[in-house]
Structure formats: structure tokens, C-alpha cells
Design a protein around this ligand. Structure first.
Ligand code: EPZ
Length: 418
């Protein structure tokens, strides 16, 4: 098991380049199944969840090769339509391979997906949408078996703007006939990026980024090359690393609009933030004032994936913050670990009441999920003394070599096998 060992109280200073978005790359890899022509995805982060998605493709007969940070995918020889169960159960994104598989081959079989333990994470909206497209789905013994002769078109209304369900239904419709409308769909930038990728290889998706998406079925897609959007959650994590250490960072390949909800909060807390076309500069002096209220919402509201990282900053800000987690029912597992470091946090249902303390102190803490782990790393950067963040593998799911990125701007952090 690997861990991060951090000596805190160092101000970060320097510049970082933001990687491509995990939550855009994962559905784009799934969408590559829609075509038998080769696809190149540029600047692919070699994080665990991406590596697992490539393994799933290869086990079905897909071919994946890397040229530096670019990857070439060739799915012309896919011969299996079952997603390897161990891999499927490891990541959440295995579930949105159903859409492209049934679109291109009319069949798919997948075990119930895994992913971070932040709630029950049902897939009812995915299955309901696929059934409305005419897919026959039999759930048995922990597997989902799908089959369809011809994908129907129609109007799908989502009870909740689920990111994954929107992506699955969009991809299932791309090779259908006629027009499919998805209402009350997710509006995240990653949805827009997936639609842009699909359109770049001959698909016809419009409305992405709004609450209604229209897909006109295409008979065949081509190949192509695509550069995904920057990772807005990594951008936010880097901004918070400067804020919590009183440092100054310049972030390149950063889209400030995608993290505007956080930028607004950090400016209100006293950070100086400048935004350019694809660059964000943040400068923070001394102790920040508290961010009174944070409510996680679907995009463009405050992102649930930055709730835990922001809580670390609130723990050492001046005053009280009330953080409400509206998306996932058990996404406060980082709180007991922050308490070990001296934080003052009380949980009432979906609300965390955070009272800023004068200082956090190094401790041995356990990462229990990806973003909760990032929160503990941020807390370690601010804490007096030495912090050990165990289960670094959780953090590696979404951040590639986070320790090297933070060390390159002055953090005292190393990876260690314990
Ligand atoms: C995606 O998960 C992201 N993962 C998550 O990021 C992110 O937190 C989440 O969207 C919300 O933004 C990927 O894109 C791989 P949802 P997803 O479906 O698609 C309920 C990270 O840290 N729901 O939008 O699983 C669900 O229970 C990860 O990078 C249903 O009820 O999220 C939740 O309450 C964590 N039925 C809400 O919708 C369904 O069929 C949002 O889930 C599907 C979802």
C-alpha cells in the first residue's frame, strides 16, 4: 500500500499545467467503441481509471497504443461484448460502455459498476433510458444483459440530470434512426466535450450544455483526433493548494469558466485571482476568511467533487462554514480523518458545519475515496509537522503523480510504500 508523506507549512509558488479531464476522457474512451475507424485522444492522463478503461477495451478486442501522452484506439476488431467483471466492478465509468456497445453491436453485458464509495450510486436512470430506446435489459446475478435489434428514437426525460445517464443515452442514440431528445439532462462541461468529440467523428449531437440534448442518428462514424478539455476538478484542487498554503500559483491550460463557482468563493475569502483565456493566477496572503455557505449542485452549481477539497480550506479559515452535500448521501468520509488533524467539524445529515481552527497538526490519516483523499493532502500541506495520507491509490484514480506536481511548486511531499 502506498502513502503520501507531507511536511506542511510551505507556501506553494510556481506554475502548473492542468491535465485533460478524467471525466471527459472516460466517456470519450467509451464513445470510441461507436466507430471502427482509429481514434487518437491527445494528452491522455495515465490515471488508474483511464488505464482500467483501456484494459476493458483490450479485453473486448480493442487495440490501444500510446505515443507519449497521446493514445490511439482501434476498435475495428472488437469481438466480445461483455465487460470484464473485475474491471467493471472497479470503476464507475464501465457502466457507460453499455450505450456505445448496444448502439454498434446490439448487445452488451456488464457487472454492476464500482467507483468511489460516496453513496449508493444507482444506475436506474441509465437502464430506464436505454429501455425507452428499445433495449431489452435483463438483470440477473449481478449482471446487466442488454440486447436490441434496432435502437428506437424518442424523447427521454431524466428524473435527475445524471452525468453518466446523459452520456450513456447520448451514446446509445448516436447510430440510431431519427431524432432522440434527452430532457432534463446534465449540463457539465464533460457532457459538452463528449458531444464535441462525437460530432468531430461524424455524429449529430446538439444542445449539449443545456438541459435538452438532441441526437440525430448517423449511419456510420469516421475516425479522428481529439484533445479533451482541461480537468476542472484538478484546476480547483490546485487553486485550493495555493489558498491553503498562502501561496501563489499560475495554472496553464485552465478554463476559468468551468471553475467559476469556486473562484467566486475564493475571491470572497480574500484570494486574488486573475483569469485569462486559458490561464488562472491565484495569490493568497495569510489566513482567509470563512466561506459562509457552500451547496453542491449539478453544473454550473458548486461541484460535488470539490466539496471535500474545499472543506480542508474551510477547516483553517477564519470563522464558520456550512457545507451541504446535495449529490451523494455519504460523501463526508474525509471528516473523521480531518478531525484527527485537529479540525472542528460537526455533521448533521447532509450538512457539515466547519469552524475554522488556528492550526491543523500532522497525523496518520486514511484516504477513503478520490476527492476525500485530495482533501487530506491539502490539509497536510497546511498542517504543522508530518502527515501520512494512506491509500494513495484512491488519489491516483484521478490525479497522476500528484506528489510530483505539488513538489514542483514547493510542497514537501513524497510517495512512500508503507
Ligand atoms: C459523475 O458520476 C462523475 N464521474 C463523478 O465524479 C461526479 O461526482 C458526478 O458525475 C456528479 O458530477 C464520472 O464522470 C466518471 P451522476 P455519475 O449520475 O455519473 C443519482 C470524481 O470524483 N443517480 O450525475 O455517477 C446519483 O445517486 C467522480 O471524479 C441516480 O439516482 O454521477 C447521485 O445522487 C465521483 N440514478 C446523482 O444522481 C442513476 O441512474 C448524481 O449522479 C444515476 C445517478
Amino acid at each position: 500500500m502506498q502513502k503520501f508523506v507531507i511536511h506542511g507549512r510551505r507556501k506553494l509558488a510556481g506554475s502548473l499545467v492542468v491535465e485533460s479531464a478524467k471525466n471527459a476522457v472516460l466517456p470519450i474512451i467509451a464513445a470510441s467503441i461507436l466507430t471502427e475507424e482509429p481514434i487518437m485522444i491527445k494528452n491522455v492522463p495515465k490515471i488508474i481509471d483511464v488505464v482500467k478503461m483501456f484494459e476493458i477495451l483490450e479485453k473486448m478486442g480493442g487495440k490501444v497504443s500510446f505515443i507519449d501522452d497521446d493514445c490511439v484506439i482501434d476498435n475495428s476488431h472488437i469481438t466480445k461484448f461483455e465487460i470484464e467483471p473485475t474491471l467493471a466492478r472497479f470503476i464507475r465509468s464501465s457502466i457507460f460502455m453499455l450505450g456505445p456497445l448496444v448502439a454498434r453491436f446490439g448487445r452488451a453485458r456488464v457487472a454492476y459498476p464500482g467507483g468511489c464509495d460516496i453513496g449508493s450510486r444507482p444506475i436506474d436512470l441509465h437502464l430506464q433510458g436505454l429501455r425507452e430506446l428499445g433495449v431489452e435489459i435483463v438483470e440477473e446475478h449481478g449482471f446487466i444483459n442488454c440486447s436490441v435489434d434496432k435502437i428506437k428514437s424518442g424523447i427521454i426525460h431524466l428524473d435527475f440530470p445524471s452525468v453518466g445517464a446523459t452520456e450513456n443515452i447520448m451514446m446509445a442514440s448516436v447510430l440510431g434512426e431519427g431524432k432522440t431528445t434527452i430532457m432534463n439532462c446534465a449540463k457539465e462541461p464533460e457532457i459538452v466535450d463528449l458531444a464535441n468529440f462525437i460530432n468531430s467523428i461524424g455524429g449529430k449531437v446538439s444542445g449539449a450544455g443545456t438541459s435538452t440534448i438532441e441526437v440525430i442518428g448517423a449511419s456510420k462514424l469516421s475516425g479522428g483526433t481529439y484533445l479533451p478539455i482541461p480537468d476542472r476538478i484538478i484546476t480547483g484542487t490546485y487553486l485550493l493548494s495555493a489558498a491553503i498554503t498562502g501561496g501563489r500559483l499560475e495554472l496553464n491550460n485552465a478554463n476559468y469558466e468551468h471553475v467559476y463557482s469556486l473562484i467566486k468563493k475564493l475571491r470572497g475569502a480574500g484570494c486574488k485571482i486573475k483569469t485569462d483565456q486559458n490561464k488562472i493566477t491565484i495569490e493568497c496572503e495569510g489566513r482567509l476568511s470563512s466561506i459562509a455557505s457552500i451547496e453542491t449542485q449539478p453544473y454550473p452549481g458548486f461541484p460535488t467533487d470539490l466539496q471535500a477539497p474545499l472543506m480542508a480550506l474551510c477547516s483553517v479559515s477564519d470563522g464558520m462554514s456550512v457545507i451541504t452535500e446535495n449529490l451523494f448521501e455519504t460523501r463526508f468520509k474525509h471528516v473523521p480523518e480531518l478531525l484527527k488533524m485537529g479540525a472542528n467539524i460537526t455533521i448533521k445529515d447532509r450538512m457539515a458545519i466547519v469552524r475554522g481552527v488556528k492550526a491543523l497538526y500532522g497525523a496518520q490519516v486514511n484516504a477513503t475515496d478520490l476527492r476525500g483523499g485530495a482533501s487530506l493532502v491539502l490539509a497536510g500541506l497546511a498542517a504543522h509537522g508530518e502527515t501520512h495520507v494512506l491509500n494513495a491509490n484512491y488519489i491516483d484514480r484521478g490525479y497522476f503523480e500528484l506528489e510530483n506536481k505539488l513538489a514542483s511548486v514547493g510542497a514537501d511531499i513524497i510517495r512512500s510504500s508503507s
